[in-house]
Design a binder for this molecule. Structure first.
Ligand code: GUN
Length: 309
């Protein structure tokens, strides 16, 4: 039997509609709309596409966006100056520093420089600390999007076993905390985990967030489990395409034309017949990340206006 699809596009469309309505209410009340500033350093093509999409979505919802593009040769002091200027600008409500930064720039220090009230990504230690304490405010967008997706499909969490593969600060760690807050029993796996497949097979909810194309194969998945695929890996190898998506994949002609395809960390071909629910790549977790960034920007606006709802 084929798994039910967790449709991130559909759920994100509903969230974006809600955010647009909230932006319109804010506009009437304050005569001002939430504004997101994005900062991109260097010329990584994937990052440029992501940031453009974020700016575009702001505008589609009636918000403003400001984009700062700094060259890869920029000094840390110049990035600091940009972030300080945006912190001090009362017309900027959310700030996002696109990662990864070019080598040599002090990522952690720069993220900490963004004012916690304007931290649209929720990466500041103050916001991470609040999440750790079970009093979340601005929460990282991808984990928040995954929770929204689970809720939309009424996936039960209390007492369930949730296994998160990957311990990044952006996804794995904050997601584990959100799941814990909802009374799931959590296990966080990483490169040193012994017998990863056996640990994953214990999961009622299995989240793959490691950036390894098709790592999670059928023998990692308990029948009926909920499988969330956070991976976005571009592959060019034909054999890998066939292993992950199958010979008869409807995406084959696009792969042949472009010479590449975007795949997740899950071996879709085999896992889709075992899981109870599964997110596709693309169209699963990705669209929810942007929707939650929009929601965080509105939340940041409200925090700055003293209405931290
Ligand atoms: N790079 C990959 N994902 C993200 C994200 O969620 N936020 C930022 N700022 N950079 C990223």
């Amino acid at each position: 039997m084929s798994a039910n699809i967790l449709d991130g596009k559909l759920v994100s469309a509903t969230i974006l509609e809600e955010v647009a309505a909230e932006v319109s209410r804010i506009g009437s009340t304050f005569g001002q709309v939430p504004t997101l500033a994005t900062v991109l350093v260097g010329d990584d093509p994937a990052s440029a596409i992501y940031v453009r999409k974020k700016n575009q979505t702001c505008e589609e919802l009636g918000m403003y966006s400001i984009h700062e593009h700094l060259p890869a040769t920029v000094t840390a002091d110049e990035v600091r100056a940009t972030l300080r200027r945006l912190n001090d600008d009362p017309d900027v409500h959310g700030i996002l520093l696109q990662l990864p930064l070019p080598e040599g720039l002090p990522e952690e220090e720069l993220l900490t420089l963004i004012h916690p009230d304007k931290d649209a990504d929720g990466f500041h230690p103050v916001n991470m600390g609040r999440l750790f304490l079970g009093r979340p405010r601005l929460v990282p967008c991808t984990p928040r999007g995954i929770m929204a997706l689970l809720d939309q499909y009424a996936i039960e969490l209390p007492g369930k076993s949730a296994v998160v593969v990957g311990r990044s600060n952006i996804v794995g760690k904050p997601l584990a905390l959100l799941l814990l807050q909802r009374h799931a029993t959590i296990t966080v796996c990483h490169s040193r985990t012994v017998d990863l497949a056996a640990v994953c097979r214990q999961a009622d909810i299995l989240v793959a967030a490691v950036g390894r194309p098709g790592l999670i194969a059928a023998n990692y998945v308990r029948p009926g489990a909920v499988v969330i695929d956070v991976g976005t890996n571009r592959i060019t190898d034909e054999a890998e395409f066939r292993r992950i998506l199958g010979d008869d994949s409807p995406r084959r002609s696009s792969f042949e034309k472009k010479g590449s395809a975007l795949v997740g960390d899950v071996e879709w071909r085999t896992v889709k017949d075992i899981a109870g629910y599964i997110t596709p790549v693309p169209g699963g977790v990705g669209p929810l990340t942007i929707a939650m960034l929009m929601r965080n920007t509105v939340h940041a606006f409200n925090i700055q206006k003293g209405i931290d709802g």
